[in-house]
Design a protein around this ligand. Structure first.
Ligand code: PHE
Length: 334
């Protein structure tokens, strides 16, 4: 009987070592056939020996035999699972599947429009300048010939900063127009001038489909020896055609701005109606004087266009609020 026990023990040790050494499912199958195979496996040999044991010892060695068989079987099963695991991972990571889509970001439609405006105006010979969004009254109003009793200066029509009263340089506000940049450029540059400036402006307007309390303007300024209103109209017509195509309809309507004389309102045909898209005019002599120019020597024109409205026209966007809601479904269309 001890002989049989020894054989069981040797069998088990060799089987467990072989199982542990198997590096593939194929290896392991060979081990299974060698140790547990129904026809020629070593377990069968042991089983045969079992039959020759003394009858009174049979229950004991039978139990030993079964225990060895169970342990070897379990070790084999465990090893099989271990060998299966990397393969299972490979299946989960099916390399034949298309890769995960990488979402590319894109520029906001307003940014795209701004870039295109700069491009078009660049071709007309206008260079791009920047100005601050927080302005003083000098640049937002006074130098632009807007007197203190003018309705445009009503505190309720502007975003004055709370620190305004205590600020050393006087009240400050979020600029209500990009015309401020006209003044800043003329203060620092001698004529001739040919610039555009694009950026945000702020007005406490009631928000609706065509109005926002913040929007973007493109300011244009051209100063030279002998500038005419016809040139202004040509530049704006050419600009609109370049951005919106040659069938765009632009209309100039007599109007008033304190800083231009004469002044026009620029309208665009919008379905059946005309929609105001900007203001323009010949730079008022008072403005030229305010920046130290001689109105007898230089003339010029200026214009301010609403960037959103041009972009809305181009893309048939019916509500200005879409631009500011950050809805990816809207933004990814551009
Ligand atoms: N600044 C004016 C506005 O915001 C537009 C304008 C610009 C008018 C330049 C004339 C000249 O309404």
């Amino acid at each position: 009987m001890s002989g049989l026990s020894d054989q069981f023990e040797r069998y088990e040790q060799e089987a467990l070592a072989a199982i542990a050494a198997a590096q593939s499912t194929g290896d392991l199958e060979a081990v299974r056939i060698e140790f547990l195979g129904k026809k020629k496996g070593r377990l069968r040999d042991l089983q045969r020996l079992l039959g020759r044991a003394e009858p009174e010892q049979r229950p004991l060695v039978g139990k030993q035999f079964n225990a060895v068989k169970t342990r070897v079987g379990a070790a084999l099963e465990q090893r099989q699972q271990a060998l299966d695991r990397p393969q299972a991972e490979l299946t989960a990571l099916d390399i034949t599947l298309p890769g995960r889509q990488i979402e590319l970001g894109r520029r906001h439609p307003i940014t795209q429009t701004i870039d295109e405006f700069k491009d078009i105006m660049g071709r007309f010979g206008f260079s791009v300048v920047d100005g601050p969004e927080i302005e003083d009254e000098q640049h937002n109003f006074i130098a632009l010939n807007i007197p203190s009793e003018h309705p445009a200066r009503d505190p309720l029509d502007n975003f004055y900063l709370a620190a305004a009263d205590t600020a050393a340089g006087g009240p400050t506000l979020l600029r209500s127009q990009t015309s401020t940049v006209q003044i800043r450029v003329m203060e620092q540059t001698k004529p001739p001038i040919r610039i555009v400036s694009l950026g945000r402006v702020y007005r406490p307007d009631t928000i609706d489909a065509t109005h926002s309390c913040m929007f973007h303007q493109m300011e244009g300024l051209l100063i030279d020896g002998d500038v005419t209103l016809a040139q202004l109209k040509t530049v704006l017509n050419q600009f609109a055609a370049a951005y919106l195509g040659h069938d765009v309809k632009i209309r100039f309507r007599p109007s008033f701005f304190p800083f231009t004389e004469p002044s026009v309102e620029v309208d665009m045909l919008w379905g059946e109606d005309w929609l105001e898209v900007g203001g323009a005019g010949m730079v008022d002599p008072n403005v030229l004087t305010a920046v130290g120019y001689d109105p007898d020597e230089v003339t010029g024109f200026a214009f301010g266009l609403g960037i959103e409205r041009f972009c809305m026209k181009r893309h048939e966007i019916n509500d200005i609020r879409r631009f500011y809601e950050n809805d990816i479904r809207f933004l990814r269309q551009f």
